[in-house]
Design a protein around this ligand. Sequence first.
Ligand SMILES: [Zn+2]
Length: 424
Amino acid sequence: MWKSLLYLPLFYKNQYRSPDSFRQFQEKRLRHIVAHAYRNVPLYHRKFREQGLSPSDVTTLHDLVKIPITTKKEIKSGFPHDSVARGYSEKTCITETTSGTSGNMLTVLYDRRGYEILRSVAFRAFLAQGLRPWHKYCIMCRDLREFNKATGSVLYRTRGLLEGRPESELVKELRGIQPEVIGAHPSLFVTMAKIMEKNAVTDITPRMLFIGGEMSYPVHREYIERIFGCSTFNKYGAYEANSLAWECKYHTMHMDADSVIMEFVRDGEPVSPGERGEVLITNLWNEAMPFLRYRLDDVGIPSDESCPCGRTLPVLEEIEGKLDDFIILSSGELIPSTRIIPYLFDAPHIDQFKVLQDSPDHIELRIVPQEGFTDDMERELVACIQTALDMRITVTVRKVHHVDLTGQGKYKRVQRTFEIDSFM
Ligand SMILES: [Zn+2]
């Protein structure tokens, strides 16, 4: 654990390197990991050979596009013999299992050095956001034993609180602990904030909240910040790579591009800044299980803006969520769910909701109404959502007693029940 600190000065300095020097740093590591993957991971060796590609063809960031995209299915079906590097095994590595519905989980092996480096990269973000080792930091987690194994309490005064219990218990515990920092999924913060508001709880006074793990909607953030009385900082990560991007004090999302290269592509081509693309990641440090141009199934928008904080780490305009979270029209066009979710969140007398798209022409709003939800309110809600979707889709409402949560405490606000191959 302490070894993470060894790498911190280097990665701390990287934040402020000149763009040229930063690119050289990335490219040196890229050449190393590509050559290593080609030599030691059968999956990549085969994929390179099929394309007539050799590691010497990939020397700069521009050459990345030559490497074929890797899917979760390939990594998973080849685990461990095809996708783990020779010389590494579960015995010698740190293992993490990705979230996902059962049957869709993926085990990721990290070599020890790679893992310590990714930790130091995560630590860099915490420092930038103002977390200090002496702050009491409570993190909501689904498995305390896993949490303690992964996080420990050496570098920060962390404490895991088990989620999945009544949120009123969590609120009670937080009142007792008085943490300076709290980390949780945004939907859990919303539920806790509602309890705090209802019961006039004002004695939980953190300095900041870390949100991540699922889509965060501006309307949620504003609400959470008002009730908890502090700022929220968004984090974007993946089990396949640890930290990917995080908000600095100016709430700019900086990418950890010296640790993981993120690409944004559409139909195989890189998109321009400000355009939406599918996220591909290349992990520069994990030699036990390299991920080269790995499809995360997330959609995001890169940016070419700089940040007043002075960091030269590249900027991410937005992560719009999982490909699954979008409404897809029959033309293939994607509509981010952020366009309609605020209406549902703001609608009076609705306890909980979920959006189900069962065809390209129809969505169903599944809502748990409170007493006082009238037919007029329902009509108004449908009209608002239809307008937000440019009247290109039929919207109906179904009242239910509860909406299903997916695994690991994440609300799946939008669910599509038909398959799509690609998006526009
Ligand atoms: Zn910044």
